[in-house]
Ligand binder design. Structure first.
Ligand SMILES: Cc1cc2nc3c(=O)[nH]c(=O)nc-3n(C[C@H](O)[C@H](O)[C@H](O)COP(=O)(O)OP(=O)(O)OC[C@H]3O[C@@H](n4cnc5c(N)ncnc54)[C@H](O)[C@@H]3O)c2cc1C
Length: 417
């Protein structure tokens, strides 16, 4: 009987364990936590954005790093496959805005239950509170050493230990050390899908303020590197929210450290139309102080900040506002500049950018090009995507392919035979 050990009970490891099982194959799934899928549980704010309904070509466009490496994995197991498999375990799935797929119940725990059922049916032996400390190659396979001091041998091993973000969920980067010990390269690890930090003190005055329907452009050394429209929020350190998390992925495409975000607070109005609108406000309020006209144009929290930045004296009567002052106000509302100095850390990052170099892994099988019988899956690999269910799809697809290839490698069938 062949024996496969999967290290890591996250989405990639669970799928790998299921697809690795088959006749004459014993699969053991090792998870150091006392339950499976601790990170999966908190995905999508506890609702789990399982995948995205988009075509494979669109999914590929949302994969930011090493896109081409994902081609075979997506061909082997795509968004329709994971939805079918989860639904067949009684967890119905619905589609939301932007093709985002969620369990109908809005509970990520139902996705974990479905995966647990799949593991049960596949006959996988799940061992919780089993932390792997070291991995060694033997003549016939591998020795897996546990923190407890015990040891287990296996014919093949799949590393699915995730990245290093939200380490409290168990993703502490252990797999990177295992891979390095076999001579694998681990590329620079960076927090991504993460809030951005600014040097502009005024952002702190706006902390807690959410903006919906704003335009965003991100420039590096004067070159546009990202453009979006949607929601964001100010915090004590800078900016966050859906649009900002996506922008953080592009932050790493910067050519220099001169990075600015430009917010358009009035995306529906051109500068000229906004100017006309302000002229109307001035006409309607011409005896009022400037600062008392602004609430018609801005959320209350922004009024003192924009008033200060405009350079217009707060108590100036509206009728005394000069044309240049008005133009500066228009510009502030259409092109509010925020200087970005960095990102927040891994503890706030949805994903880890970087990981085990895919140059040393076969995209067709997920097997190491350095050590036969060693496979990789999920976020441990140097793969990352934008929000919308794409990161979990990476875990499902690479997990499935690693598991299937690993079984075929041992049984002498398929790509590796
Ligand atoms: C807050 C948050 C929300 C997210 N929301 C979404 C979303 O809605 N949709 C989406 O597509 N993506 C989302 N993601 C990203 C997604 O969760 C990850 O990309 C995905 O979990 C990666 O799966 P994985 O199996 O590769 O790794 P992980 O989920 O990190 O699992 C790795 C597992 O390995 C275990 N492990 C590690 N080392 C060892 C060891 N030495 N011995 C034994 N076990 C070990 C860990 O305990 C862990 O359980 C979110 C991430 C976060 C942090």
């Amino acid at each position: 009987m062949n024996k496969i050990i999967v290290i890591g009970g996250g989405p990639a490891g669970m799928l790998a364990a299921v697809s690795a099982s088959g006749d004459n194959t014993k699969v053991i799934l090792l998870e150091k936590n006392d339950k499976l899928g601790k990170k999966l549980f908190i995905t999508g704010k506890g609702r789990c954005n399982i995948t995205n309904s988009a075509d494979t070509s669109v999914i590929m466009k949302n994969i930011m790093t090493n896109t081409k490496f994902m081609y075979s994995a997506l061909e082997a197991y795509d968004n329709t496959d994971i939805c079918r498999d989860i639904e067949s375990e009684g967890c119905r799935i619905k589609e939301e805005r932007g093709g985002r797929m969620f369990p109908v119940s809005d509970h990520s725990s139902d996705v974990i239950k479905a995966l647990s059922n799949m593991l049960d049916k596949a006959g996988v032996e799940v061992r919780l509170r089993s932390e792997v400390k070291k991995l060694e190659k033997t003549e016939s396979g591998f020795d897996v050493f546990f923190s407890s001091g015990k040891k287990e041998n296996a014919d093949a091993v799949i590393i699915a230990t995730g990245g290093v973000s939200y380490a409290a969920t168990g993703s502490t980067g252990d797999g990177f050390e295992f891979a390095k010990a076999f001579g694998h390269t681990v590329t620079d690890l960076k927090p991504s899908l993460v809030p951005l930090v600014t040097s502009d003190g005024w952002c702190k005055d706006l902390q807690g303020l959410s903006l919906k329907n704003s335009g965003l452009k991100m420039y590096s050394a004067g070159k546009l590197i990202y453009e979006d429209f949607g929601e964001m929020m100010f915090t004590h350190f800078g900016v966050t929210g859906p649009m900002i998390l996506s922008a953080s992925s592009y932050y790493y495409k910067r050519k220099s450290d001169d990075v600015t975000i430009h917010l358009d607070l009035k995306p529906a109005l051109s500068e000229d139309v906004l100017d006309e609108r302000i002229l109307r406000e001035i006409a309607d309020n011409h005896e009022k102080h400037f600062v008392n006209m602004l609430p018609a144009l801005l959320p209350a929290k922004m009024v003192p900040v924009i008033a200060r930045m405009s350079g217009i004296e707060e108590h100036k009567k509206c009728c005394d506002i000069k044309k240049e002052e008005r133009k500066k106000l228009v510009h502030l509302l259409k092109d509010l500049e925020i200087h970005i100095t960095g990102t927040r850390g891994f503890e706030e990052a949805i994903i880890t950018k970087g990981g085990i170099s895919v140059k040393e892994v076969s995209p067709k099988t997920m097997m190491s090009k350095i050590a036969d019988g060693l496979f990789f899956a999920g976020e441990a690999l140097d793969l990352d995507a934008l929000t919308g269910g794409f990161n979990l799809q990476i875990a499902w697809s690479t997990g499935f392919l690693a598991g299937r290839s690993c079984r075929e490698y041992l049984t002498g069938k398929g790509e590796l035979s």
